[in-house]
Design a protein around this ligand. Structure first.
Ligand code: COA
Length: 221
C-alpha cells in the first residue's frame, strides 16, 4: 500500500516547478500569475507522497468577476496514474467552488477531443457540453500555440460545464469519499493508495462540510 496526501498548495513555486518538471502537450500554457492566484485562493490542489508533489490541478478565472470558472491544468505523474486522481481533483475543485465562491458559479473545463481519458473522467462526473462558451472563455485562443489554423474551430478544445444537479452529485460523492479524513483509491495494477486529507480544509472543516452537505442534498440553493 502507498501512502500520500491531498491538500491545497500553499506556495506558488511548488506548483510551478511541478509543471515545469514535465511539460505535457495536453496542458495549455498559462501565465504564471494565474497559478499564483489559484494558490492564493487555496484552489490549487496537490497530491503527493512524502515531500514530493505527484499530481496537481487548479481552479482558474476566465476574467474578472465572471459567474464561471475553469477547472484546468490537471497533471498526474506516471507512478500515480490509474488511481482516479483526475476524478478526485474534479470533485475537490467543484466542492471548493461551491463552498468558497458559491453554487451560482458554474464549473467549466476545456478538453482536447483527442484526450479520451480526460473526456471519460469529465463526463463521469456529470459535465455536459458547453456549446456556446462566452467570448471570455476564448480570450486566450489568439495567443495559444495550439490555436486551430483552419476550419470552423475557434479553440483546440471542447468546452464542458457542470449543471447544478450534477454538481450536487459531485459534492455528495466528495463528502462520502473524504468522510474519514483518509481516502483510499486503487489502481488495477498498482494496488492501493491511501491519501491523508486532514490538511485539506474543504474535506475536513466541519462547517464547510455541513454547508456542502446541505447543497448536496438539495436543501440549499
Ligand atoms: C489525463 C490524466 C490527468 C488522467 O489521470 P489519472 O488520475 O491517472 O486518471 P485515471 O486514474 O482515471 O486513469 C485513466 C486511465 O488511464 C490509465 N493510465 C494512463 N497512464 C497510466 C500509467 N502510466 N499507469 C497506469 N495507468 C495509466 C489508467 O489505467 C486508466 O485506465 P482504466 O480506466 O482503464 O483503468 C493523466 O493521464 C495526465 O496527467 N495526463 C497528462 C495531462 C492531461 O492530459 N491533463 C488533462 C488535461 S484536460
Amino acid at each position: 500500500m502507498q501512502l500520500g496526501w491531498l491538500r491545497a498548495a500553499s506556495q506558488p513555486e511548488e506548483v510551478l516547478s511541478f509543471y515545469r518538471s514535465a511539460p505535457d502537450p495536453f496542458l495549455l500554457p498559462r501565465p504564471e500569475r494565474d497559478f499564483r492566484l489559484a494558490v492564493e485562493r487555496g484552489q490549487h490542489f496537490i497530491v503527493g507522497r512524502g515531500p514530493r508533489i505527484e499530481a496537481a490541478a487548479g481552479v482558474f478565472d476566465y476574467g474578472h468577476d465572471l459567474p464561471f470558472v475553469e477547472l484546468s491544468e490537471t497533471r498526474v505523474s506516471d507512478p500515480l496514474r490509474g488511481f482516479g486522481l483526475q476524478r478526485l481533483f474534479l470533485l475537490v475543485r467543484v466542492a471548493s467552488v461551491v463552498a468558497f465562491q458559491g453554487p451560482g458559479v458554474l464549473c467549466t473545463c476545456a478538453v482536447d477531443p483527442g484526450n479520451t481519458r480526460s473526456l471519460a473522467n469529465v463526463e463521469s462526473v456529470g459535465f455536459r457540453p458547453w456549446n456556446a462558451p462566452p467570448p471570455e472563455a476564448l480570450a486566450s485562443c489568439p495567443e495559444c500555440p495550439r490555436r486551430p489554423v483552419s476550419g470552423h474551430r475557434r479553440c483546440c478544445c471542447d468546452f464542458y460545464a457542470l449543471p447544478v444537479e450534477q454538481a450536487r452529485g459531485a459534492v455528495g460523492a466528495f463528502l462520502a469519499q473524504t468522510a474519514g479524513g483518509v481516502l483510499t483509491l486503487s489502481a488495477r495494477l498498482k494496488g492501493t493508495l491511501k491519501l491523508d486529507c486532514s490538511s485539506c480544509l474543504v474535506a475536513t472543516d466541519s462547517e464547510v462540510r455541513s454547508a456542502l452537505g446541505e447543497f448536496a442534498s438539495g436543501s440549499s440553493w
